[in-house]
Design a protein around this ligand. Structure first.
Ligand SMILES: Nc1nc2c(ncn2[C@@H]2O[C@H](COP(=O)(O)OP(=O)(O)O)[C@@H](O)[C@H]2O)c(=O)[nH]1
Ligand SMILES: [Mg+2]
Length: 320
């Protein structure tokens, strides 16, 4: 039996969350075309059966926010999530979007990962690092060669693996290669557990995903979603959530003319939440302004579901 923790790292929009979902076989992390969609690290637990000479394994994949230069408390918190995923892991996977030109942001991401991979004193070997060339469904094969050359010059990757996270292409090979380098060890999680993320947080995230898809410019970045109520009634689950934004103008956009925008967001979110929960859902959404919340360390901390769990009354979302 092999087991270990494998971090998925890279710039915003490289396809980290898409990859996590594909590996998990279900949607655990929200995905949008907008950068900085993911704000917390999320684990997907993948159990792999023994096959021929390949041992059985439990791989814990960690999705992370995109590597970027932080501008506010929210960004700093996101980068903390990245740093956490760089430390003490069994494999570091840097995922790059092969349709994008190499730039300073890529260099920054590569430096973070290669530094984290260096052998620490007292630790005999360096952490295996893989380069994942993602979105190969969008480019011709020969276009990969200069990218491979460039990255190989900058860091001695243990493996370079072309994949398409969206098409789930190359993932079987990826799993095989990971298992080869994982240490022998027991399962860290029960076999039936797929994630460490509470269902309620995924629900709040699904609301945020619909907001991100429906809005543009600064609004997606200025929005966060918190659950106010979660009430499991016999025939349906009643969920109330508040969408926080930073300015009155953003609130007006989120509500829309005669409330049409909020209604659209609510309907789309409800449909998906019903699919995920497998029950009928009554979803009530509110919009509130909280000026400069992204600069508030306190509020940003409050958004962390690991923190929220500590405050949550058993069986109910925190009352605010
Ligand atoms: N064509 C294509 N698009 C992809 C692939 N992987 C991710 N995407 C798209 O890239 C965008 C960003 O993906 P996401 O997983 O949110 O990236 P993240 O910011 O790294 O988590 C989304 O629109 C995805 O649908 C891929 O393999 N092929
Ligand atoms: Mg993401």
């Amino acid at each position: 039996m092999r087991s270990g923790f494998v971090s998925i790292l890279g710039r915003p929009n490289a396809g980290k969350s898409t990859l996590l979902n594909a590996l998990a076989g279900q949607k655990l992390a929200i995905v949008t075309p907008k950068p900085q969609t993911t704000r917390n690290r999320i684990q997907a637990i993948v159990n792999v059966a023994r096959k021929g000479t390949r041992p059985a394994a439990q791989i814990v994949f960690i999705d992370t926010p995109g590597i970027h230069k932080p501008k506010n408390s929210l960004n700093r918190k996101m980068m903390h999530e990245v740093y956490d995923a760089l430390e003490g892991r069994d494999v570091l996977m840097l995922i790059v979007d092969v349709t994008q030109r190499f730039g300073p942001g890529d260099q920054f991401a590569l430096t973070l990962v290669s530094r984290a991979a260096e052998a620490k004193s007292g630790d005999a070997r360096k952490t295996p690092t893989f380069l994942l060339l993602n979105k190969i469904d969008l480019v011709e094969k020969h276009k990969l060669l200069p990218i491979i050359e460039r990255y190989s010059q900058l860091h001695a990757f243990d493996e370079i693996i072309p994949i398409s996270a969206r098409k789930a292409d190359g993932l079987d090979d990826l799993i095989d290669i990971i298992i080869r380098v994982l240490p022998t060890g027991p399962r860290y999680f029960p076999e039936e557990q797929v994630t460490d993320q509470p269902e309620r947080f995924l629900v709040a995230e699904l609301v945020r995903e619909k907001v991100l898809n429906a809005t543009s410019e600064e609004v997606p970045h200025a929005v966060t979603v918190l659950l106010d109520r979660w009430d499991e009634q016999p025939r349906r689950t009643y969920i109330a959530a508040t969408i926080y934004c930073e300015r009155a103008g953003q609130k007006a956009i989120l509500i829309g003319r005669r409330g049409e925008m909020l209604k659209k967001i609510g309907t789309e979110a409800r449909h998906e939440i019903e699919r995920v929960l497998g029950t009928s859902v009554f979803l009530e959404l509110f919009v509130k302004v909280r000026e400069h919340w992204r600069d508030s360390r306190e509020f940003v901390e409050e958004l962390d579901w690991r923190k929220q769990l500590e405050h949550m009354a058993p069986g109910g979302a925190k009352e605010r």
